[in-house]
Write a protein that binds this ligand. Structure first.
Ligand code: SAM
Ligand code: TMP
Length: 392
């Protein structure tokens, strides 16, 4: 693994701080990113244990975003039309935003965060409040294999590929389909979206790296969709190599060629990316310091895990961004880890209250700009660091 980027000492991205704990010392770890020249995988170098990240305090709820809800509704329709599965498993089912689009006797969810598992359990869905592994796979699919396994924004959080893919292979029927969905490395590098890296995001996959990994388990990608969620993701359709029902589409070849042409197989591409990241830091700080000097009121919008990486890497604190708005009830009245900026309950933006808004949830830009069109019309401005820091 060759290191190309050091994002400094970072707290756990989702460890939002209670007011009474503000003076307590936070646990930090060094966030360094590396490239594996053998399998082209880009990953963080120092990992944090899964129990520390995924427990009953995990704040992220897929259902809180309209974009995600719609994405899951549309995918469920597509899956029913294209594959008509009888038995579906979702790994990382979170608060049930995907599985709720299926009949209760058709689908099971695997979700280790008990707070989230409970939400779906209460709606009478079958949920296993555990980490996905081979033992669980045997328990769920001993008698009946799955026609479809779906996992979004989860595999990129899991350290042990060997266990994960062995378990998937065990649970999937011979002609079954695995659908994985995760942020795309090509989009991440193009957009200088270094905030895709934080403690939970162990990897940002490219098609070429995923192909290499899947190859070890006799699995192969037969189709790909580029989707807009999470700042640009790929949805990979995967099958067992022995399954000849689904032909490999041209889209796979095209994606591989796009990634190769962009240089995702070459270390030098990542060195260039690292240089752009350090320029991005200087520019963002310049904008925020200048607004402060001119006595402008700057707040943040979307206290995301991504923001945590940006704020801590750039050394931004409440002197530069007064507070953040967020819609997630769990985050409200807490403080962002590291930067210790307060998170307030979201209120519609008004130019009388705020001058500039740092877009922490840049991946929901369209949804947010639509919601705040009055603020924008009144002359309110957003600051985004993607693809380079600027006021929009
Ligand atoms: N799939 C949802 C989505 O795309 O919106 C949730 C994504 S969320 C970022 C990651 C989810 O994966 C969390 O709910 C987390 O608890 C779950 N998770 C993490 N590690 C897991 C594991 N080893 N097995 C199953 N789920 C896991
Ligand atoms: P994510 O980037 O990890 O998906 O998190 C999105 C965060 O942004 C989540 O905390 C909710 C917040 N958010 C808002 O506060 N308002 C919005 O309109 C949207 C779309 C997200």
């Amino acid at each position: 693994m060759k290191k190309f980027l050091d994002l400094g000492l970072q707290p756990l991205a989702n460890s939002y701080i209670l007011e009474k704990n503000l003076k307590m010392k936070e646990k930090k770890f060094r966030l360094e990113i590396g490239f594996n020249e053998k399998n082209y995988l880009v990953s963080i170098l120092n990992t944090v244990s899964k129990e520390k990240m995924f427990n009953k305090n995990y704040p992220y709820k897929s259902s809180e975003s309209k974009t995600m809800r719609n994405s899951f509704i549309n995918l469920a329709k597509k899956i029913k039309r294209r594959f008509n599965p009888n038995f579906v498993i979702e790994i990382g089912s979170n608060d049930g935003a995907f599985i709720k689009n299926f009949k209760k006797d058709q689908v099971v969810g695997v979700e280790p965060c008990k707070n989230l598992a409970l939400i779906t359990k209460r709606k009478n869905f079958k949920i296993y409040p555990q980490f996905w592994n081979i033992r669980l796979a045997k328990k769920i699919t001993k008698d009946k294999k799955a026609d479809l396994i779906y996992s979004a924004n989860t595999l990129s959080h899991i350290k042990n590929f060997n266990e994960i893919f062995k378990a998937i292979k065990y649970s999937l029927s011979d002609n079954g389909i695995l659908i994985l969905e995760d942020p795309s490395l090509l989009e991440c590098v193009k957009k200088v979206a270094y905030d895709q890296f934080y403690c939970e995001h162990l990897y940002v996959f490219s098609t070429i790296s995923l192909q290499k990994i899947l190859d070890n388990f006799q699995l192969e990608i037969f189709d790909i969709e580029n989707i807009s969620t999470h700042g640009g993701s790929n949805r990979y359709y995967i099958k067992k190599r022995t399954n000849s029902i689904h032909r490999i589409t041209r889209k796979v070849k095209i994606e591989v060629s796009k990634e190769t042409k962009y240089g995702l197989k070459n270390f030098v591409t990542y060195k260039k990316f690292a240089k752009k990241v350090s320029i991005s830091r200087i520019k963002l700080l310049g904008i925020l310091k200048n607004l402060k000097k001119n006595k402008k009121k700057v707040i943040g919008y979307g206290a995301t895990a991504k923001s945590c990486t940006v704020l801590n890497y750039c050394g931004v604190d409440r002197r530069l961004i007064e507070y953040f708005y967020d819609t997630t009830s769990f985050k409200i009245n807490k403080y962002l880890p590291g930067s210790k900026i307060k998170i307030k309950k979201y209120k519609k933006l008004k130019k009388n209250d705020v001058d500039y808004v740092f877009l922490g949830a840049w991946n929901f830009k369209d949804e947010i700009f639509k919601k705040e069109k009055k603020f924008i019309k009144q002359g309110g401005k957003f600051i985004s660091h993607i693809p380079y820091p600027k006021i929009t």
